[in-house]
Design a protein around this ligand. Structure first.
Ligand SMILES: Cc1cc2nc3c(=O)[nH]c(=O)nc-3n(C[C@H](O)[C@H](O)[C@H](O)COP(=O)(O)OP(=O)(O)OC[C@H]3O[C@@H](n4cnc5c(N)ncnc54)[C@H](O)[C@@H]3O)c2cc1C
Length: 459
């Protein structure tokens, strides 16, 4: 019996895709090339995942777990001798406990489905990403996804109350108790959150929900210096009593680039300001919306804000977010580009960006360095285009210019996207040798045959 027929015995013949059914799928959101794999296997349940893993473990076949394929770092890229384990059929919302404000879902549930379901119960799942229609809760747990509300609610890690995981040898380790407090020994779920599918396959999640807000206050404000951007964050955070849920900053180059993109977005503000900040607060009472407005007015009077466009309808809110979330305009308009997702203390950001831009332009005079990000969380996204071609040597040089200075400001080479295959050569800028050594020991203990996502994070 071949491996493929054994897999078909477990998940059913129609759920083992081979040949054209594999290559007709693309690698992912950021890579349109055809997928490459021995087969794509689509289990429906934890039991099936467990049997697939036991089989692959015994036969030393490596597995790449696939959620929505929206990851940025080639974490779910597969080779022709690998099996892709796709979570696309594990999309059930299993139960919701409205009083406990918690929900249990299968790992393949797309984020948007969870948002809509929670909303029907007057509850809110407080992680939101531009990829919401495709990314899955399992993929988000495995990358510890951040997104647009981290400032108020934290990253995916903070929302996960329990996990069910299938280990490399097929063993199921389950703790789906939806408890906020559970100090009973090691918090094992933390091992799997953010480990990019290298230690286990997430099959179910118990997630924390929050009360659904009654309204959102959203505005795009123009600010004329970085110092004011920092002061404005502190001021709004205090004035809104911790209710500020998004503080997304776009450097002028970014704003102009997106607005100029074939008139897709109408300019809500003139283009001549140094910074644009998308601010949002979730309100539970009318009074809170009034406080939002009066805070902005006060900041305009104090000249912290130079100009403002305030959304007065849901459509206007969406139009403002569409500017910030338009990643496609950058990936298409700046090709070939290199994308970065770095973390650093807010007070080090201005000089880091200025010196990086200077160093890049010294080497490539026509380069574009586009900067924006979740500044309230200390997280910046960079898109760098140095010219019409991008050689491997150029890429390595740009990587060095971006990553090396982070070590000196206690920054991180990845704030939220992870390491995948793309960044593993640079892990040393953010982690000590002792830390990487401990990570290797954990990998060796949990996956001695190197079945799960081999070569991701480190070799
Ligand atoms: C437009 C856009 C905006 C984005 N914005 C953000 C953002 O603001 N913040 C942010 O953090 N990310 C963002 N992302 C990146 C991406 O959406 C996240 O990384 C997401 O968490 C990946 O989920 P996925 O289901 O697509 O996982 P995939 O891309 O399929 O996989 C990602 C990694 O997780 C592993 N994996 C997937 N499912 C499982 C599982 N069940 N068990 C174990 N391992 C698994 C894969 O092997 C891979 O290593 C954005 C992406 C796009 C396209």
């Amino acid at each position: 019996m071949t491996i493929l027929s054994s897999l078909a015995d477990i998940v059913g013949q129609t759920n083992v895709l081979t040949g054209d059914d594999v290559v007709s799928r693309t690698v992912g959101w950021f890579d349109n090339s055809p997928r490459c794999a021995k087969a794509i296997v689509r289990p429906k349940s934890t039991k099936e995942v467990s049997k697939v893993m036991a089989l692959c473990h015994q036969n030393q076949i490596s597995i790449v777990t696939l959620g929505g394929a929206t990851g940025f770092v080639d974490g779910a890229t597969s080779q022709e001798d690998q099996i892709v384990l796709s979570m696309e059929r594990m999309t059930d919302i299993e139960s919701i406990d409205v009083d406990n404000r918690s929900i249990i879902v299968q790992a393949g549930v797309p984020l948007q489905k969870l948002h809509e379901f929670a909303q029907e119960h007057d509850l809110h799942y407080p992680v939101d990403l531009g990829s919401r229609g495709s990314c899955t809760l399992g993929g988000m747990a495995s990358t510890n996804a951040g997104g647009n509300e981290v400032l108020r609610y934290g990253m995916s890690r903070e929302q996960i109350l329990g996990l069910e995981v299938v280990l490399a040898d097929g063993q199921v380790v389950s703790n789906l108790r939806a408890l906020l407090k559970n100090n009973t020994g090691y918090d094992l779920k933390q091992l799997f959150i953010g480990s990019e599918g290298t230690l286990g396959i997430v099959t179910k999640l118990a997630l924390r929900l929050r009360p659904l807000h009654s309204s959102l206050s959203t505005a795009l404000v123009a600010v004329d210096s970085f110092k004011k951007v920092v002061t404005l964050l502190r001021t709004l955070d205090r004035n809104l009593g911790g209710r500020l849920s998004a503080y997304e900053v776009m450097w002028q180059d970014h704003f102009k680039f997106v607005i100029d993109d074939e008139q897709k977005h109408k300019a809500p503000l003139p283009l001549d300001h140094a910074f644009y900040v998308l601010v949002q607060a979730a309100n539970y009472h009318e009074l809170e919306a009034e406080i939002f407005m009066s805070s902005l007015e006060q900041c305009m009077e104090n000249k912290l804000i130079a100009d403002a466009a305030i959304a007065s309808s849901k459509a206007q809110q969406q139009a403002l977010w569409a500017i910030r979330d338009d990643i496609e305009c950058l990936t298409v308009g700046l090709a070939p580009y290199i994308g970065y997702d770095v973390s650093l203390p807010i007070n080090a950001m201005e000089s880091y960006i200025e010196s990086l831009k200077g160093n890049i332009k010294k080497k490539w005079a026509d380069a574009k360095v586009i900067v924006f990000g979740h500044l309230g969380d200390g997280n910046l996204h960079l898109f760098i285009h140095i010219g019409p071609t991008l050689s491997a040597a150029d890429k390595a040089e740009v990587n060095r210019l971006v990553y090396a200075p982070l070590k000196f400001v206690d920054g991180s080479i990845s704030a939220e996207h992870g390491i995948g295959l793309q960044k593993k050569a640079y892990l040393k800028y953010s982690r000590t040798a002792a830390e990487v050594d401990l990570m290797r020991q954990l990998k060796n203990m949990l996956d001695p045959n190197k079945t799960l996502n081999p070569g991701i994070i480190f070799d």
